[in-house]
Each structure stands twice: as structure tokens, then as C-alpha cells.
Write a protein that binds this ligand. Structure first.
Ligand code: ZN
Ligand code: ZN
Length: 288
């Protein structure tokens, strides 16, 4: 069984947990090691049990606590070579045996029964990636900091049973908010961040193809609020004919389907759970 939740999400820091009985992973560690330790314990995981921290890109909101965790627990850090180069000063000294250098932009790893692969995402960093993690039965994909919806991105998200995708900003709030024009242009650009509307389009597409759990993350502090992100994406999904199920409801064992056949059969109305990742503290834990 795969356990999946965000621990922290947003420009103030990102970290996502994916684990089984045999393997425990973090995707990014963008807050202090202490905060991550505390949050892991709240979902009944021990920081010392972590096998690896997979880094998406070198921005501080993704790497802040990685070095300390690696030194404190001997946790391995995995990133591609350009990202390693760019984050060297931020993570500090890492023992050679704890450094995993993945192939550039399309690396594959196998850790404790989990197949992990990375894929390029459009973002203004050295060599940014998203990650797909599969236990052979279910597939989870994490892709935040996505400036635009490239074909490669869609290809990797498709067929996922559960995803973490970005709902960064509400377009109106961004355009009427405190940011200078040049920053607004960067965020809206191809290598910036995804708006709630574009996220809604993506979420609808994924749910129609079978994705059953969608976590919205990396919300902007200045240009978004959880209710607006949730509302915009939910509306887009409902307009596309997707039924939103509440995670408070009991989820039947076959809700998530199998890897490659994520659960919605293309005949009956597609159903998906939709949650917003809190900025601080873990999201609802998804078991699949
Ligand atoms: Zn970034
Ligand atoms: Zn970020």
C-alpha cells in the first residue's frame, strides 16, 4: 500500500511524503529539518526511516532542510547533475555515499520496491523535474512549479492514480495584487507557475482519464487563497462532467484502480477526490 500526502506546500516551503512499509521517500525538503521531523511524526513516520529525498529543483522552497536531514540521518539525496551543481551551496556537505545523481531530466531509480522516474518540467531553474513513483500497482505523480502544460508533462501525469499538481495563483488576484509587472510576467510566463484556471483544465483532463485523487499545491501566499483555488478547480472539473467525492467518505478498495488503468472506466461518470494542500502541516493522508 502506498501512503501519500504533502507535509508543507507553497512558496514558503514544499515537502511531500510517499512511502510503503519498505520504502519512505520525501519529494523535496523545502522547510527546516526540524519542521519536517515534527510533521513526519504527526503522520506516524520516523525521519530516521527515510530512504531518500528526491529533489525537483534547487529553489530554496524545495531544498532548505535537505542537507541537515541527510547529515542527521544518513538519508540519501537524489537530484540530476545540473540541480546538484545549482544547490551545492544550499545543501552543504553531503557524504558521497548519500549523493545520488540521476540522469539528466529523465532519471530512473529503484528504492525498496518503488519505481521512481523523473521528467522535465517547464520552470525557471537549472534542470527542474517532476517525479512519478509506482509500487507496480499504483502510480503517484508530483509536478509543481509548472509554468505551462507541456506534452511531456501531460504524458507523465496521465495514467496516475493520484497526483499533486500546482494551483499557484488566481489570475485576477495576481493582476491586481502587490507584485511588480516584471514579476507578474515571470509568473504568467511559460517557465513560471500554473494558474487556478489552467490547473482546473489539467485536473479535469486527468480525472476524465482516471486519476482519482488530486491534491492542489504550491498556492501563492499573495495571489491565491485555498477556497478560491478549490472553487475554481472544482467548477472546471464539474463542468467537464467529473463528480467530486469527499475524502471524508469511505473510499472503496477498488476506487484507485490499477496502474495504467487508474480507476475511471470511461463509461460511467468519472469521480475524483480533490483536496488543497495546507501551506503548513500535512494534507489528508491518501492510502492507495
Ligand atoms: Zn521553483
Ligand atoms: Zn517552488
Amino acid at each position: 500500500m502506498l501512503k501519500f500526502c504533502t507535509l508543507f506546500s507553497g512558496s514558503s516551503g514544499n515537502s511531500t511524503f510517499i512511502g510503503t512499509d519498505r520504502a519512505k521517500l520525501l519529494i523535496d525538503a523545502g522547510v527546516t529539518a526540524k519542521s519536517i521531523e515534527q510533521e513526519l511524526r504527526l503522520i506516524e513516520e520516523e525521519p530516521g526511516d527515510l530512504d531518500a529525498i528526491l529533489i525537483t529543483h534547487e529553489h530554496i522552497d524545495h531544498v532548505k532542510g535537505a542537507g541537515v536531514l541527510a547529515r542527521r540521518y544518513g538519508t540519501k539525496i537524489a537530484a540530476n547533475s545540473r540541480t546538484w551543481h545549482a544547490m551545492e551551496a544550499l545543501v552543504g556537505r553531503i557524504d558521497p555515499e548519500n549523493r545520488i545523481v540521476t540522469d539528466d531530466t529523465a532519471g530512473c531509480l529503484y528504492i525498496g520496491g518503488l519505481d521512481i522516474s523523473s521528467f522535465p518540467i517547464p520552470h525557471d531553474a537549472a534542470d527542474p523535474v517532476g517525479y512519478t513513483v509506482s509500487d507496480g500497482k499504483h502510480k503517484i505523480t508530483v509536478a509543481t512549479d509548472t509554468g505551462s502544460l507541456s506534452d511531456s508533462l501531460l504524458e507523465h501525469l496521465e495514467g496516475s492514480n493520484a497526483v499533486l499538481i500546482e494551483a499557484n495563483h488566481d489570475m485576477y488576484m495576481l493582476e491586481h495584487g502587490p507584485y511588480p509587472r516584471v514579476l507578474i510576467a515571470r509568473i504568467k510566463g511559460k517557465h513560471g507557475h500554473l494558474s487556478n484556471l489552467s490547473c482546473g483544465e489539467l485536473a479535469s483532463k486527468l480525472a476524465s482519464q482516471g486519476t482519482r485523487a488530486i491534491i492542489l499545491g504550491h498556492l501563492s501566499k499573495e495571489n491565491n487563497v485555498p477556497d478560491v483555488a478549490y472553487g475554481t478547480v472544482r467548477r472546471a472539473m464539474e463542468e467537464a462532467g467529473v463528480k467530486i467525492v469527499d475524502y471524508a467518505d469511505v473510499i472503496p478498495p477498488d476506487f484507485f484502480g490499477q496502474a495504467g488503468h487508474p480507476g475511471n472506466d470511461g463509461v460511467s461518470q468519472p469521480e475524483a477526490g480533490l483536496i488543497v494542500a495546507p501551506r503548513y502541516g500535512h494534507s489528508k493522508v491518501i492510502l492507495l
